[in-house]
Ligand binder design. Structure first.
Ligand SMILES: NC(=O)c1ccc[n+]([C@@H]2O[C@H](COP(=O)([O-])OP(=O)(O)OC[C@H]3O[C@@H](n4cnc5c(N)ncnc54)[C@H](O)[C@@H]3O)[C@@H](O)[C@H]2O)c1
Length: 313
């Protein structure tokens, strides 16, 4: 299959590359390396890379014209400066509109969009069902929600995935890398009084194998474990992993732009795709920590306002 991945040099995109290349898919990545890394898109057969921003309509058009994708996975997103509304709008709204229009113009068979759980805003229930109204209130959430709507407007069969916190190789955002890095360096930490839904990369990738099927369902679906775990649980697991014993940690109220509990109800996804997360919470975190033991932690970005230490993506 010919799959174009926007933002393919990022965490999810690069894991998809590693997963799909050996399956024989032809992949084309467009990325401006705002948060992604060039070295995760190596010059190997079956993988093409175009450097540039999806905010540039000529670049997007050229990528589609040259590669003629059957499937598009739209993973590019801007989030690293919550005050840079312009860049969030350029990439997440305008860029998504360019990708949506090019997909339509070039007869793409299937468009898969990655959406943040922040699209739900402050939910009226948890776990949040996929038909819960959207009510974003951060620059990232607002711009991603507009982008998602352009995807739906394209007329191309579109699957938009509201994704919980996926953990796995190269994860550089949120509480797990932050605690690991700070505790290893002997620095203090605090936890925001929040809970999140963590999904192991292997579960995400098995879902994506189903998602690219040309006959697979379209619409909006949650891709998540369905369980909420507190940031303090993460802190305790990182301490245990680093053999630091049980440490006291200040727990602070969620900041103004934070959501206390984000947990996504994956039951409709289970019904439609027969998919359900297989890796439990503790093993999910343990896998991530073993990956940091072997590879270290890269830069930590957050799309939320400071304090960023105990947040997640
Ligand atoms: N990782 C998660 O747990 C998670 C959860 C919910 C939603 N998402 C969504 O999944 C997608 C991928 O997230 P990720 O965690 O891999 O983040 P990431 O930052 O690692 O990847 C995003 C990629 O997009 C690229 N990019 C940014 N602006 C661009 C532009 N204008 N043109 C081209 N490329 C651009 C970045 O350089 C980066 O490689 C995003 O759309 C994000 O909103 C991720």
């Amino acid at each position: 299959m010919r799959i174009l991945i926007t933002g393919g040099a990022g965490c999810l995109g690069s894991n998809l590359i590693e997963h799909w290349l050996p399956q024989g898919h032809h992949l084309f990545v467009v990325d401006n390396f705002a948060t992604g890394k060039r070295e995760v898109v190596p010059p190997v057969s079956g993988l093409e890379l175009r450097e540039g921003s999806i905010a540039d309509p000529h670049l997007v058009e050229a990528c589609f014209a040259d590669f003629q994708p059957e499937v598009v996975v739209h993973a590019a997103a801007a989030y690293k400066d919550p005050n840079d509304w312009e860049e969030d709008a350029r990439t997440n709204v305008l860029g998504s509109a360019h990708v949506a229009k090019a997909s339509r113009a070039h007869g793409v068979k299937r468009l898969i969009n990655f959406q943040t759980a922040l699209c739900y805003g402050r939910p009226s229930m948890v776990p949040i069902p996929a038909d819960h109204p959207t009510a974003p209130f951060t620059s990232y959430g607002i711009s991603k929600t507009a982008g998602e709507q352009y995807m739906m407007l394209s007329g191309v069969p579109t699957l938009s995935l509201r994704i919980s916190n996926v953990t796995g190789p190269r994860l550089a955002i949120g509480p797990i890398p932050t605690f690991y890095k700070r505790l290893k360096a002997g620095q203090s930490c605090f936890c925001s009084d929040t809970a999140r839904d963590f999904l192991d990369m292997s579960d995400f990738l098995s879902f994506m194998d189903a998602a690219i099927g040309l006959d697979a369902p379209t619409g909006t679906f949650n891709v998540a474990s369905g369980e909420a775990h507190t940031i303090q649980e993460i802190f305790d697991l990182v301490c245990a992993h680093l053999a630091l014993g049980k440490k006291d940690v200040p727990v602070v109220p969620p900041a103004a732009d934070d959501v206390p509990v984000v947990s996504l109800d994956p039951s409709a996804t289970h019904m439609a795709f027969g998919w359900k997360a297989q890796i439990g919470f503790e093993e999910t975190i343990a896998r991530q920590l073993r990956w940091y033991d072997a590879h270290g932690v890269n830069d930590v970005f957050s799309h939320l306002q400071a304090p960023t230490m105990a947040r997640n993506g």
